[in-house]
Design a protein around this ligand. Structure first.
Ligand code: AGP
Length: 615
C-alpha cells in the first residue's frame, strides 16, 4: 500500500513525480503529496483523495515554483490516522526542514512518539510516519549527515518501512531505506529515481537496483550508493526491467479492468508457449527445480495466498489432487502465519501472488522456508520480493495488471496450476496418457474459447443492467467451480460494493437459504457432463422455490435449463475440470458492467489498494 517516488535530475521534477505517482496509483488513493527542493527552499503540496487533485493543485500553484531540482512524492492508503489532509504525506520534522514519505507500518511508533514529544518535538498528525520525520531530524541534529541520521533512525524502527527522506540543508541527495516493504532505485544518465515499484520509473529508465531489507540508498544526480545497516557499502546488481511503457496504457478501453479482461486469451497463449507445444509431448516446466525422484514421492502440498490468488489456489487444489493424486491444503496467508503448521522439509509449499509483494504471503513463505520446505512461487512479478525468496519460480507473464481488481493474473495463475498438475502427473504416472492428452488439447483451445466469449457480451451486459439495482447476490457452485463462485462474488463486491457471497451449493440449505426471496439473485455455475451438474441444478431449484431470481452460468450444450432460470449466460463447451478458466470470464464481465452501470470507479475501488504490503 502507499506509493513512493523520488527524483533528482534535470527533467521537470513535478512532471516526473506526477507521472510516477500516476503509475503507482493502484497502491492507494486516499491522499497525494509532494515535497520539492526548490532553490534553497522545501515546498510541500498535499491534497485529499485522488492524484488528480494534486495535479490540479500544482497546476494552480505553478507560479510559486522557481526551478525544483529534486523531490519526493507519495500516494496514501491510510493505515494510521484517517484519510485527511493533516495525515497526508509528506510529513516534516518540527522545523519543517526534514521531509519524509513512507510506506509500511511502524509498530513501535507510540513509544518513539512519546520519547520525541518529551524532547520537544511538535506532532501534527495521527500517523506513524511523522515519528520517522522527528526521529531522523533528531539524529540529524547530532550527525549533520542525512545518510547517517537515516541509518541511526531505522535501527530504532520496528515494523515495515520503505522510506524516502530529504533535507533542506542537503539538497543534492535523496536518502531511501527499506525493511519488509518494496523499494528500488532507477538509474538514469545524469538523473536517478527511487520508488516503491517499477511502473513509477519505466517511462524514464529500465536500469534498476532492488534494495534488500535493511539497506540504505543515497541517490544524487550522478551517483547511487547503497550501504547496509552498519554503513558498509553493498555492491548491487543492476537489472534491466522487462516491461514496456505501453503496458500502462488503456489502449482505447474505457478502463484497465476491461482491457485486462480482453487480454486473457493472449495471456494464456503466452504462458503455454514453450511449455506446451504438442499434446503428445510432456509439459516442459523447467522452472520447477525439484528432483524428479522427490516429486514422484511427494505426498503433501500446501498453497498459501490471499484474495483472488487464494481462489486460484483453491482451484489449484482440485486440479493437482485430480491429476496427480497429491493431497493439497490451501490456506489464507494471514491464517497460516498465526498457527502451528505441520509444514516440514518434505512439504512443497506454493505461494501464489499477482504482485509478489503481499505482506502476509511473504511472511508465510518465510515461515515455510524456515522449516526447510521447497518454496515454489507463482507470480506475475518475477522482479518482486516474493520471487526473490523462491526456490522455484513460475512467472505467469500476464503483463502489468493495473486495475485493482485482478482478472488476467487470475486466469494466468489457473493455467499455471494446470501445467504444474500435468507436470506432476507425468512424473508420477498418475493419470492415463489419453486423459492428459485430452486436457492438453483443451488447454490449447482455451484462448480461442475466451475470444468467443469476449466477441459477444451483450447477454452479460443485459444481465448486468437487469440486476444492477439488487443489493445482495449469492453465487453457488460445487467442486472445482466453487473457486469461481468465490472469485465471481469477490469481483462484484470489490468494484460495485454490492454484497455478494460465494457458497458451496450444497451448503445453501444449511443456513444461507433463509435469506432467499425475490430480492436476492442466485447465480449458479453449472457444467453439463460434470459430476456436480445435477446437484447444482437441484440446489438451484431449491432457491427458485424461495422466489430467488436465478442466473445460470453454463455451457452452450446445456439444453434443459431455460425454463428454470431467469437469465442464462453461456460459455463454449468444455470439460468440468478445465471450466474455471472460462467461467471466470463472464463473471469478471458481469461485475465490470454492473459497476459501470452504477457509475463506480472501476479501476480504483474505494478502500482498496492493489499491493497489500502491510499485514
Ligand atoms: C483482487 O481482485 C484483489 N484486489 C485482492 O484480493 C488480491 O488478489 C489480494 O490482495 C492478493 O494480492 P496478490 O495476488 O498480489 O498477492
Amino acid at each position: 500500500m502507499c506509493g513512493i517516488v523520488g527524483y533528482i535530475g534535470k527533467r521537470d521534477v513535478v512532471s516526473v513525480l506526477l507521472k510516477g505517482l500516476t503509475n503507482l496509483e493502484y497502491r492507494g488513493y486516499d491522499s497525494a503529496g509532494m515535497a520539492l527542493q526548490d532553490c534553497g527552499e522545501i515546498k510541500i503540496y498535499k491534497t485529499l483523495g485522488k492524484l488528480v487533485n494534486l495535479k490540479n493543485e500544482l497546476e494552480n500553484k505553478k507560479s510559486e515554483l522557481k526551478h525544483p531540482s529534486s523531490g519526493i512524492g507519495h500516494i496514501r492508503w491510510a493505515t494510521h490516522g484517517s484519510p485527511s489532509l493533516v495525515n497526508a504525506h509528506p510529513h516534516t520534522c518540527s522545523c519543517g526542514k526534514l521531509v519524509v514519505v513512507h510506506n509500511g507500518i511502524i509498530e513501535n511508533y507510540k513509544e518513539l512518539r512519546e520519547e520525541l514529544i518529551k524532547k520537544g518535538c511538535v506532532f501534527r498528525s495521527q500517523t506513524d510516519t511523522e515519528t520517522i520525520a522527528h526521529l531522523v531530524a533528531d539524529e540529524y541534529a547530532n550527525t549533520k549527515n542525512l545518510e547517517e541520521a537515516v541509518r541511526n533512525s531505522v535501527k530504532k524502527l520496528q515494523g515495515a518501512y520503505a522510506v524516502c527522506v530529504i533535507h533542506k540543508d542537503a539538497p543534492d541527495i535523496i536518502v531511501g531505506a527499506r525493511k519488509h516493504a518494496p523499494m528500488l532505485v532507477g538509474i538514469g544518465d545524469g538523473e536517478n529515481f527511487i520508488a516503491s515499484d517499477t511502473p513509477a520509473i519505466i517511462e524514464y529508465t529500465k536500469r534498476t537496483i532492488y534494495l534488500d531489507d535493511n539497506e540504505i540508498a543515497v541517490i544524487s544526480q550522478n551517483s547511487v550508493k547503497v550501504t547496509d545497516i552498519n554503513g558498509h557499502e553493498v555492491i548491487k546488481k543492476v537489472e534491466t526491467l522487462p516491461w514496456e511503457p505501453v503496458a500502462l496504457s488503456k489502449l482505447g478501453f474505457k478502463h484497465f479492468m476491461l482491457k485486462e479482461i480482453y487480454e486473457q486469451s493472449d495471456v494464456i497463449r503466452n504462458l503455454l508457449n514453450g511449455k506446451l507445444y504438442d499434446i503428445d509431448e510432456c509439459v516442459k516446466l523447467d522452472e520447477v527445480k525439484i528432483d524428479k525422484e522427490i516429486l514422484k514421492n511427494l505426498n503433501k502440498i500446501e498453497i498459501i495466498a490471499c484474495g483472488t490468488s487464494l481462489h486460484a489456489a483453491l482451484a489449484g487444489k482440485y486440479i493437482i489432487e485430480d491429476f496427480a493424486g497429491i493431497s493439497v491444503e490451501v490456506e489464507a496467508s494471514s491464517e497460516y502465519i498465526y498457527r502451528k503448521t505441520t509444514t516440514n522439509a518434505s512439504t512443497l509449499v506454493i505461494g501464489v501472488s499477482q504482485s509478489g509483494e503481499t505482506a502476509d504471503t511473504i511472511t508465510a513463505i518465510k515461515q515455510a522456508k524456515a522449516k526447510n520446505s521447497h518454496v515454489l512461487i507463482i507470480t506475475n512479478r518475477p522482479d518482486s520480493n516474493m520471487a526473490r525468496l523462491a526456490d522455484s519460480l513460475i512467472p505467469v507473464n500476464a503483463g502489468i495488471e493495473v486495475s485493482v481488481a485482478a482478472t488476467k493474473s487470475y486466469t494466468a495463475q489457473l493455467i499455471s496450476f494446470y501445467l504444474l498438475a500435468i507436470h506432476l502427473a507425468e512424473i508420477k504416472g498418475s493419470m492415463e496418457k489419453s486423459y492428459l492428452k485430452n486436457i492438453k488439447h483443451e488447454l490449447i483451445q482455451l484462448p480461442s474459447k475466451i475470444e468467443e466469449i469476449l466477441s459477444n457480451t451483450s447477454n452479460i451486459k443485459e444481465c448486468a443492467r437487469k440486476y444492477s439495482s439488487y443489493k445482495n447476490f449469492i453465487y453457488i457452485a460445487r467442486g472445482i467451480n466453487l473457486a469461481t463462485a468465490y472469485e465471481g462474488a469477490l469481483k462484484l463486491k470489490e468494484i460495485s460494493y454490492i454484497n455478494a457471497t460465494g457458497y458451496p451449493a450444497g451448503e445453501l440449505k444449511h443456513g444461507p437459504i433463509a435469506m432467499l426471496d425475490e430480492t436476492m439473485p442466485v447465480l449458479s455455475i453449472l457444467m453439463p457432463g460434470g459430476i456436480t451438474y445435477e446437484k447444482v441444478l437441484s440446489n438451484s431449484e431449491e432457491a427458485k422455490a424461495r422466489n430467488a431470481k436465478l442466473i445460470a452460468l453454463t455451457s452452450s450444450d446445456d439444453k434443459n435449463i431455460d425454463a428454470l432460470f431467469d437469465v442464462v449466460i453461456r460459455i463454449p463447451k468444455i470439460s468440468e475440470i478445465l471450466s474455471p478458466a472460462l467461467t471466470c470470464v463472464p463473471l469478471q464481465l458481469l461485475a465490470y458492467y454492473i459497476a459501470e452501470f452504477l457509475g463506480k470507479d472501476v479501476d480504483q475501488p474505494r478502500n482498496l489498494a492493489k499491493s497489500v504490503t502491510v499485514e
